[in-house]
Design a protein around this ligand. Structure first.
Ligand code: GLP
Length: 240
């Protein structure tokens, strides 16, 4: 586990962007799963700047959605597909169809999960997982309790996740069901970058890196992973 603590959110974003850009330069066809949420937004912008300045070829990347609400249409701006498009694909000028979706809008969500898993396997697994940290230690929507072997599946969101996601939804009710990329795929990624920002993440980051490894804190499995880099800003890092 490598831990990088930066002085603030901007330097966290710049550091993350640098690491992602370096990896893309080495692996231009990398399959990478990209988190939504607020934490990586600036990192994706910084990445787009690096790509432009350094003429990095991103046209062969294979991005994957990390999670999605059930019953929300792809063209609904609240869908996490829409979020991934606005936050990641558009700044990099990648076509909307370049991302492998998790189809929460299908009636048969089990088939949607199978399609997604098939695509992950066809890509040879993820080269990189860019992750944020949920308020209860969820990664994607791998809500507690999650086993390290849990596959891509439909989940019921916990009260903690519903509360934190309400911020993105305004007056609208947050969907209670979601699809998530399996914990098995995330933990098998050849590189994992976990971005964590803000004092409100300090306690859960502490449990992630120093607490017991438990299915009640899914992010605690990261302690068992060698090739993980946590990039946290100063506010999020628990002073020992
Ligand atoms: C959300 C998403 C995750 C995200 C996490 C943290 O619920 N499902 O993909 O990484 O929670 O979000 P934020 O970065 O806004 O704190």
């Amino acid at each position: 586990m490598h831990i990088v603590v930066t002085k603030d959110h901007t330097t966290m974003s710049q550091k993350a962007a640098r690491l992602i850009a370096d990896l893309i330069q080495q692996q231009p066809t990398a399959a990478l799963v990209v988190a939504t949420g607020n934490t990586p937004l600036q990192a994706y912008q910084e990445l787009a700047s690096l790509v432009q300045q350094e003429h990095i070829n991103v046209s062969s990347l294979q991005p994957f959605q990390l999670d999605e609400y059930v019953g929300v249409a792809a063209d609904d701006p609240r869908s996490l597909y829409g979020w991934s498009k606005r936050a990641f694909l558009d700044p990099l000028q990648l076509p909307a169809a370049s991302i492998t979706r998790l189809r929460g809008d299908l009636d048969d969500t089990a088939a949607a999960c199978r399609d997604y898993d098939r695509a992950v396997h066809a890509a040879g697994g993820f080269e990189l997982a860019i992750l944020g940290l949920g308020p209860n230690g969820h990664l994607g929507f791998n809500e507690p309790p999650t086993r390290s072997i849990d596959p891509t599946r439909q989940v019921t969101l916990t009260p903690a996740s519903l509360a934190s996601n309400a911020a993105y939804w305004g007056e609208q009710t947050v969907p209670e069901q979601a699809l998530t990329c399996g914990m098995n795929h995330l933990l098998a990624a050849r590189h994992i970058f976990l971005l964590v920002s803000g004092a409100h993440k300090r306690e859960i980051l502490w449990q992630t890196v120093k607490g017991p490894v438990t299915e009640e804190i899914p992010s605690s499995y990261l302690q068992q992973i060698a090739n993980i880099t946590i990039i946290a800003d100063h506010d999020a890092w628990p002073n020992e």
